[in-house]
Ligand binder design. Structure first.
Ligand code: PHE
Length: 454
């Protein structure tokens, strides 16, 4: 029998609520507000959104439950949790590589995540300075171009973001994250609602809603399906060990099922509302829905520039976006930090500095993707595009499926049923989803997407 009551080296969450907040803080981030709208725009809208929602609830939630469960049973960093669980169930030690690829994915994601979060920090100041007051589409477009064409500016903000991330990580996750996220998520929600109300007053509202919710399957490519699935993993923070690490700090009596659903619902609401706020502005101003990673940085300033108290709301919005990115970035690096502390005897501070510097350095590749190296492409993708593609669309789904396979096929039924503590019928559904639906669905989407390349 597993030593279930063992606790984590890093302490436990002080309450069920604290875990929900931290995991929601991890889930809600740039993925919801920056990435979801722009990839929805690039992939034709409604049909993409539908596939995304299906992936969240049929693949994402069951895998999240599996991941939290593995973390809580393993009670260590992802590498050692997998090693321990493999030993406990009599399976190969190779499972530890699942922890390794997760740590690598988190690391790589953070390297570009920080650069984009840097954009958001810079927009806090520009918005506060009133730069966008009364602005038109041309002006906000120029501002965004000027920012992304300047490596020095991007490096500056990227460095600031890495610094604040590592500062929190260095202090340990309980104190800092728990407190910040508690007011952050509700406040972010509130401001997005303000944005939606503004969007309702624009001439593009109906068209925006149609774009997001009326599926036109002729616009959906096989690669779009892969991206919708990748986004479901990315936005829920699953498949790389972030949620596993947070699960490792979860008290035994907390319901994994309820918390997973709450997190998924909160996360999805933020993403969908962000889309509902952004697309009307796109259409009302004759902008391009598929314009790429700059989408929110050219639509939202337009809204802030033309609404009452826009500078105030805009500044607040970007501050909250930075906080949301911050609480996600911490979870991207926490698995690696926990590993260094538990295995190499590093202090938290040392682990943070070493990993922070390394991540910062890889981030330079993303910085240059938007200027000096923008013509340097492989398969038509810049360094940033490749990194994003590889991590979100391949590494996370693969990692997630392996977790599902472990939880569904290799763990004892009694053990997983005990961990999930749900009714027999709910358990049967979950087990069916992780054993059959998730691996088959992910493999089909992969194979389908590979077909695109030949
Ligand atoms: N879920 C975060 C977001 O949507 C990103 C993230 C991915 C965080 C994977 C942790 C792990 O912004």
């Amino acid at each position: 029998m597993a030593d279930n009551n063992r606790t984590s080296l890093h302490g436990l969450w002080t309450s069920r609520w604290a875990f929900i907040m931290a995991a929601t803080g991890s889930a809600v981030g740039l993925g919801n507000i920056w990435k979801f709208p722009y990839i929805t725009g690039e992939n034709g809208g409604g049909a993409f959104v539908l596939v995304y929602l299906l992936c969240i609830f049929l693949i994402g939630v069951p895998i999240m439950m599996a991941e939290v469960m593995l973390g809580r049973r393993g009670r260590r960093n992802p590498v050692d949790s997998m090693k321990h669980l493999a030993a406990e169930t009599g399976h190969s030690q190779l499972w530890k590589f699942l922890g390794w690829t997760g740590i690598a994915a988190g690391f790589l994601i953070l390297s570009y995540y920080s650069v984009i979060a840097g954009w958001a920090i810079s927009y806090v100041f520009t918005t506060a300075a009133g730069t966008f007051a009364g602005a038109d589409a041309a002006l906000v477009g120029q501002h965004f171009d000027a920012l992304t064409k300047s490596p020095a500016t991007l490096i500056f903000w990227h460095s600031i973001f890495m610094l604040i991330t590592m500062a929190v990580v260095a202090r340990g996750i309980e104190g800092g994250i728990e407190k910040a996220v508690r007011f952050l998520i509700p406040a972010l929600f509130g401001l997005i609602i303000v944005m939606v109300l503004y969007a309702m007053t624009t001439s593009g509202f109906a068209e925006g809603l149609r774009f997001m919710f009326a599926p036109d399957f002729s616009k959906l490519t096989t690669e779009g399906v892969l991206k919708a699935m990748g986004q479901a993993f990315f936005t829920l923070s699953i498949g790389m060990g972030a949620i596993m690490v947070y699960g490792a700090y979860l008290p035994k009596e907390t319901s994994i099922t309820q918390t997973s659903f709450s997190i998924a619902i909160a996360d999805t609401s933020v993403a969908v509302l962000a889309g509902v706020a952004i697309f009307p502005i796109v259409f009302a101003n004759g902008l391009e829905a598929g314009s790429g990673p700059g989408l929110i940085f050219v639509t939202l300033p337009l809204a802030f520039g033309n609404m009452a108290f826009g500078a105030l709301f805009g500044t607040l919005f970007f501050i909250l976006l930075v906080f949301a990115a911050w609480s996600s970035s911490i979870s991207l690096i926490e698995p690696a930090v926990a590993w260094l502390i538990e295995n190499k005897g590093f202090s938290r501070l040392k682990a943070s500095i070493v990993l922070g510097l390394l991540t910062w350095f890889i981030g330079l590749g993303t910085v240059f993707s938007f200027n000096e190296w923008s013509d340097l492409t492989l398969f038509g993708k810049t360094f940033f595009d490749l990194l994003d593609y590889l991590t979100a669309n391949i590494m996370l789904p693969l990692g997630g499926v392996l977790m599902a396979v472990f939880a569904g096929w290799l763990m004892k039924k009694s053990a997983s049923h005990d961990e999930l503590a749900i009714s027999e019928s709910a358990y049967v559904i979950w087990r069916f989803l992780v054993r059959y639906v998730t691996p088959i669905a992910v493999m089909l989407v992969f194979l389908n997407a590979i077909g695109v390349f030949f």
